[in-house]
Design a protein. Structure first.
Length: 304
């Protein structure tokens, strides 16, 4: 009897979880896919309640959450903590953990080991990694381990220095064609989806048409199969200058600052806490406490 080698089964999806196969069907139906980043349990819950299909625990956390000026310093341990928190908060959306710089570049083995950590230790449904070329074997190896991989090309912030800074990619015919080839190669390597960041809209449209897997755009125009925005950018929580492709849907930062300033003023003016924020105790217990305290203080004085 010959035993056919089998691919390991992917991590079992939790009940109520959006099936990953639904994403390609959404693309086929031309139903836009909604992805947003989140970095903690409340964020995961709110994104789920708002109907997001995918939540990315982006390594943008290095900047938005941890105060670094690039995504490069994000570590596996930090990303695991954040991913674990998001998966506790979100039920339906697929949670994609972003593989931080240094966690997949060295070898296929290390990439698989770290991808497995995201699934086993943090409950991620999938991982994302930046790049094509030498990263194609990583995509294949992680996929062979049963873990869905999302690709990411165009502006790849982990290699922004090599790209000459945080700027749009694929703006010459030659570079656009290279992106097109990378996208096809990532699909062939087994990606379930592909993020296109800061790519001219006509190029993103051609790539989206050429692939059967959905493209998720950020600064890549309307013709991508879905869109992603960073939580802090979308909600007005990030103090830095927003990129051209950011749309702010709220100024939550201003709401938070105003609320904190009102709280600080209330504390300083002794307006907070009010009666309704404090706990009462039965009158007889209070009287007994006062009597016992006087006795107690008397004894302490006598001992001095
Ligand atoms: O880290 C991140 O948030 C990302 C998105 C910008 C796609 O990679």
């Amino acid at each position: 009897m010959s035993i056919r080698p089998q691919k390991p089964a992917p991590a079992t999806p939790a009940p109520g979880k959006l099936p990953i196969t639904e994403l390609a069907e959404m693309k086929a139906r031309r139903q836009p896919i909604v992805m947003v980043t989140a970095y903690d349990a409340p964020g995961g819950r709110l994104a789920d309640e708002a109907g997001a299909d995918l939540i990315l625990v982006g390594d943008s956390a290095a900047m938005t959450m941890l105060g670094h000026d690039s995504t490069v310093p994000a570590t596996m341990e930090e990303m695991l903590v954040l991913t674990r928190a998001v998966t506790r908060g979100a039920s339906r959306p697929l949670v994609v953990a972003d593989m931080p710089f240094g966690s997949f570049q060295v070898s296929d083995e290390e990439a698989v080991r770290n991808a497995i950590r995201f699934v086993k230790e943090a409950g991620a449904d999938a991982v994302k990694l930046e790049g094509a070329g030498a990263m194609l074997t990583r995509v294949r190896a992680i996929g062979d381990a049963g873990i869905p991989v999302q690709g990411h090309i165009g502006l790849t912030p982990q290699s922004a220095t090599m790209l000459g800074g945080f700027k749009a990619q694929g703006r010459s015919a030659e570079k656009a064609l290279a992106l097109y080839d990378d996208a096809r190669a990532l699909e062939a390597a087994g990606c379930f989806s592909l993020v296109l960041e800061a790519v001219p809209a006509p190029v993103a449209r051609r790539i989206s048409e050429a692939l059967t897997i959905p493209t998720i755009g950020i600064g890549a125009g309307l013709d991508c199969d879905g869109q992603v925005l960073v939580w802090h950018d979308l909600l007005g929580l990030y103090a830095g200058r927003p990129a051209r492709f950011v749309k702010r849907y709220a100024e939550v930062g201003e709401i938070i600052t105003a609320a904190l300033a009102e709280y600080a003023a209330d504390v300083r003016e002794r307006r907070f806490p009010e009666e309704r924020h404090t706990y009462a105790m039965p009158d007889d217990e209070l009287a007994e406490f006062e009597a016992k305290l006087s006795e107690h203080q008397e004894q302490r004085r006598a001992r001095r």
